[in-house]
Design a protein around this ligand. Structure first.
Ligand code: ADE
Length: 227
């Protein structure tokens, strides 16, 4: 099967490049690593941060490289107290917290023609749960809200958690979800917590991002063996 592994930053996909011998292809300002792993053809890339960058790379992976499933790996800020730094969480559904035409009476996160939330693949989520069980790892699930902002403010954090019932916040997942859903490609969004998105979250992020990115990537690598 052709499987895409997508992260936003080099740190989020580096563990794959280190573990698996890869070939490189350049296209539209993106670098794509190709590899054979566990009987699959992998297409590995980092998009750069943000929803637009992630949407471009996800679209290329689907339209140019014809991937049949997409696994996103990376870090997120926790919005709820039950998610701690270093913990793994996969998204059950995702929304864009900064998509706002509420001036016209619409709910935040909604634009005509789309739903507020995009659901992830139940089949891939089940494989993740089985992977975690077999490895004896704790894997949580939750709602992820994405937006083009690093959240490091307690009021903003509380607003996103309440408005979307969200458990974690990041800057790409919902755009990748929208692309995959438009092309009917099953997708999975894995995140490890790097910070708790409140006041001074950037300090925790700087300290824990790399470790959490590796935790997430290592998990996805194991998960591929079960696909
Ligand atoms: N990714 C990791 N932590 C984040 C935060 N606090 N806000 C947005 N994206 C993040």
């Amino acid at each position: 099967m052709k499987i895409a592994i997508l992260g936003a930053m080099p740190e989020e996909i580096d563990p794959f490049i280190v573990e698996i011998p890869t070939q490189i292809d350049y296209y539209a300002g993106n670098k794509f690593y190709k590899a054979e792993f566990a009987g699959h053809e992998l297409f590995i890339a980092y998009s750069k941060i943000g929803k637009v960058n992630a949407a471009i790379t996800a679209t290329l992976l689907i339209e140019k490289f014809k991937v049949e499933a997409l696994l996103f790996t990376g870090v997120a800020g926790a919005l709820k107290d039950n998610f701690k730094i270093g913990e793994l969480l996969y998204a059950t559904k995702l929304a864009q917290h900064d998509l706002d035409i509420s001036a016209f009476g619409h709910p935040v996160g909604y634009v005509p023609g789309n739903e507020i939330f995009v659901n992830t693949s139940k089949k891939l989520n089940k494989i993740a749960v089985k992977t975690a069980k077999d490895l004896g790892l704790t894997l949580k699930s939750g709602v992820i809200a994405s937006g083009d902002q690093f959240i490091c403010d307690d009021d903003k954090k509380a607003w996103i958690a309440k408005t979307f019932g969200a458990d974690a916040v990041e800057m790409e997942g919902a755009s990748v979800a929208q692309v995959c859903s438009a092309f009917k490609v099953p997708f999975f969004i894995m995140r490890a917590i790097s910070d708790v998105a409140g006041h001074k979250a950037e300090i925790d992020y700087d300290e824990f991002m790399e470790n959490s990115a590796k935790t997430s990537a290592d998990f996805v690598l194991k998960m591929i063996e079960k696909i």
